[in-house]
Design a protein around this ligand. Structure first.
Ligand code: C2E
Ligand code: CA
Ligand code: CA
Length: 292
């Protein structure tokens, strides 16, 4: 064995040790959050803007987590671990409770709906329908005010169960958004086979709109096809005026992105609404990963 092989073995061991230590740290923060210690778990709301009116009529609720020092842990890090360990169930019910408390306590705000993200475990959970129905009733929130975002990957894990769950939940008045369309997991077949109200175009389709004519043609044809099927569209990850203008011309109904607003706590959203008279463009809020 040569010395360079030995040293790369050592750095591999060190990288493995660090990643295991980090995993243990995130897991312990998740467990503490579930036990509601020191408010480590929170919910941020990212406003979604209607292109025609300029109103922030809908919101996406996004989970936030802090460790013991108060440092934010990015969702891309804690959500997969929560899914792997089964803790996502508890997190989802806490989030749902908080979103319904927000909706019932702020009924006077001009918020048409709030969407939540469901992982496969919740979506395929036999208790999902009764629990959702129970929380909505307990908080006196109309089902039409809650939207459920799922990715194609979630549906693909069990198409039959997903279809049955969607049928029962749409019967209660809930509606579904297909999330991350264009990421490689999403395709037309799942959108056609299931009753989605709205399709969310992933940032990877939206980002090149400013520069690439080919991407404009692609997004235009995707939007036209979904419109023809009676669905509306939200473009995610809008960061520039040029992307916004392209989406407006293409006829996308709603836009979501840092160009307007980052995920933010409720108080910040109320201020944004108060300031957003006349469709002014504002960039406010907390960077992704920061908890209210
Ligand atoms: P997502 O469902 O696609 O949520 C949108 C993500 O895009 C959010 O990241 C948001 O902050 C970010 N984003 C919005 N506008 C822009 C923009 O203009 N530029 C860029 N670069 N990013 C933008 P966040 O909050 O970090 O969440 C990441 C992912 O974590 C979410 O992606 C979702 O898959 C997952 N997640 C968050 N909350 C929950 C939850 O309550 N349950 C489940 N199952 N997953 C969640
Ligand atoms: Ca989402
Ligand atoms: Ca998304």
């Amino acid at each position: 064995w040569s010395s360079d092989v030995c040293s790369s073995d050592l750095s591999f061991d060190e990288a493995t040790r660090r990643s295991m230590a980090r995993r243990a740290h995130v897991l312990s923060s998740l467990q503490s959050a579930v036990q509601d210690e020191q408010g480590r778990f929170g919910v941020c709301y990212q406003p979604i803007r209607e292109c025609k009116t300029g109103d922030f009529g809908t919101l996406e609720a996004l989970l936030r987590l802090r460790d013991g020092d108060g440092t934010p842990i990015p969702p891309d890090e804690f959500i997969p671990l929560a899914e792997e360990t089964g803790l996502i169930g508890e997190l989802t019910w806490i989030l749902l409770d908080e979103v319904c408390t927000f909706l019932s306590g702020h009924a006077a705000l001009p918020v048409k709906s709030v969407s939540i993200n469901l992982s496969a475990q919740q979506f395929l959970d036999a208790e999902l329908i009764d629990r959702l129905d129970g929380v909505l009733r307990a908080k006196d929130v109309p089902a039409s005010k809650l939207k459920i975002e799922v990715t194609e990957r979630v549906i693909a894990e069990n198409l039959q169960t997903a279809r049955a769950a969607m049928r029962r939940l749409t019967g209660l008045g809930l509606a579904f958004y297909l999330d991350d369309f264009g990421t490689g997991y999403s395709n037309f077949s799942s959108a056609l086979a299931l009753p989605f109200e709205c399709i969310k175009l992933d940032r990877s389709l939206v980002s090149p709109l400013g520069e690439s004519e080919k991407s404009r043609l692609l997004v235009r044809s995707v939007v036209e096809a979904f419109h023809a099927m009676g669905m509306s569209l939200v473009a995610e990850g809008v960061e520039t005026a040029e992307q916004l203008e392209r989406l407006r011309v293409i006829g996308c109904e709603c836009v979501q992105g840092y160009y307007f607003a980052q995920p933010m706590p409720v108080g910040e959203f109320e201020r944004l609404l108060a300031e957003n008279t006349g469709g002014r463009e504002l960039r406010r809020g907390y960077p992704a990963g920061i908890q209210p």
